[in-house]
Design a protein around this ligand. Structure first.
Ligand code: PLP
Length: 381
């Protein structure tokens, strides 16, 4: 029996988006191709042709001229490949990067962000006047917790002026804003399928032809010998189908953007001083990072879950534990404030009804918390 896709009240798209129906069909179709893409016979060539088409869809989507697409298992692997694959010189990362950059980079330099969550360009430029200036920097295009978009074009111009390469984690930005790797001046770009309605466990690192990196795995010659092993062709087909589906849904971006505005406007109407972090910066159209006064984020997530609404604490990490968000701390917020903040993130399957329910539940919870009426528990430390 086939299970029905249930996107009801699911508002945690930045963690993982529900898979798109058209992607399921494309993957089912791909399962009917039998060959290994490295085989020279007809069956192999069929798969290899589809693989090449998937690569083309990716490069077209992100305006990647003269570059190689290396399919990986997702954003984490792409970030590791980019940062470990480049062994020359020193690395600099921003304070708000995803853990897969922060921990992979072994960075000798850090770039801070301002109160609005944007990289401080003046301090960034200053770092290049130091004796050991970086040879590789990594700055994400859009943050997973706040949705804040970084000025990658400016960052790349400064970095290139000093002979430094630019890696960009584009995992959260893909499919939610236009990306043009050439215009952004990015040399290496990490992507993942599951944040936008593709399958989990597939992604890509796009590398400009003039950039040389080494592999993390040793084996066959697949993926330019940078990621050996038979390609995860079914998921790769799903990744390509995801991008095609987004392109075909012309109204999707504005629909999501309107729903996010409705959500924030309703919260602001109920509580005029509600704090939405990153709201003064260019932001992804789907993300709201919002503080509920007087209630720990973990309690908010549980209470909303009981009301049937799935969101996450901005600070929930991969182990599921909630720690103080390094992103909000980097923006200068106290632990007390950061620990009262959750992330609401929406996407292709979200409806006006989901927004109405989530807003109602959030407002009721905030009212209770302010009255000190929430299970007698409304203390934050
Ligand atoms: N980079 C960012 C900004 C993310 O939000 C995530 C996922 O949470 C990743 C990288 C890791 O991607 P994946 O889950 O595909 O490994």
């Amino acid at each position: 029996m086939t299970r029905k896709l249930n996107t009801n009240r699911y508002l945690d798209y930045n963690a993982s988006a529900p898979i798109r129906p058209n992607v399921i069909s494309a993957m089912q179709e791909a399962m009917h191709l039998v060959g290994n893409p490295s085989s020279v016979h007809k069956h192999g060539r069929e798969v290899s042709k589809s693989l090449a088409e998937a690569r083309d869809i990716l490069t077209e989507t992100v305006g990647a001229k003269n570059s190689r697409v290396i399919f990986t298992s997702g954003g984490t692997e792409s970030n590791n490949l980019a940062l470990h694959g480049r062994k020359i010189g020193t690395t600099m990362v921003s304070d708000i990067e995803h853990d897969s950059v922060l921990f992979a980079a072994d960075a000798q330099h850090r770039i801070s962000v301002n109160l609005d969550g944007v990289v401080d360009l003046t301090r960034f430029e200053e770092i290049f006047s130091r004796r050991t200036s970086p040879s590789l920097i990594s700055v994400m295009l859009a943050n997973n917790e706040t949705g804040v978009i970084q000025p990658l074009h400016e960052i790349s111009s400064i970095a290139h002026h000093h002979g430094c390469l630019v890696h960009c984690d584009g995992v959260q930005a893909l499919g939610k804003m236009d990306i043009n790797m050439s215009d952004l001046g990015v040399d290496l770009l990490s992507l993942s399928a599951h944040k936008i309605g593709g399958p989990k466990g597939v992604g890509a690192l796009i590398i400009s032809d003039n950039v040389k990196i080494g592999p993390q795995l040793i084996g066959g010659g697949q993926e330019y010998s940078l990621r050996p092993g038979t390609e995860n062709f079914i998921s790769i087909s799903g990744f390509a189908a995801t991008l095609a589906d987004i392109q075909a849904q012309a109204e999707e971006i504005s629909r999501i953007s309107t729903m996010r505005s409705n959500l924030e406007n309703k919260l602001r109407k109920a509580f005029p001083d509600v704090e939405v972090f990153g709201r003064n910066s260019p932001r992804l159209i789907n993300t709201t990072c919002v503080r509920m006064r007087g209630l720990p984020a973990e309690t908010q997530v549980i209470a909303l879950d009981l009301a049937g609404i799935s969101v996450s604490a901005g600070s929930a990490c991969s182990s599921g534990k909630v720690t103080t968000s390094h992103v909000l701390k980097a923006m200068g917020l106290s632990s007390a404030i950061a620990n009262e903040t959750i992330r609401i993130s929406i996407g292709w399957g979200t409806t006006d009804d989901d927004i109405a329910s989530a807003t109602k539940a959030w407002i009721e919870l905030q009212e209770k918390a302010l009255l000190g009426d929430f299970l007698g528990e409304h203390q934050t430390t």
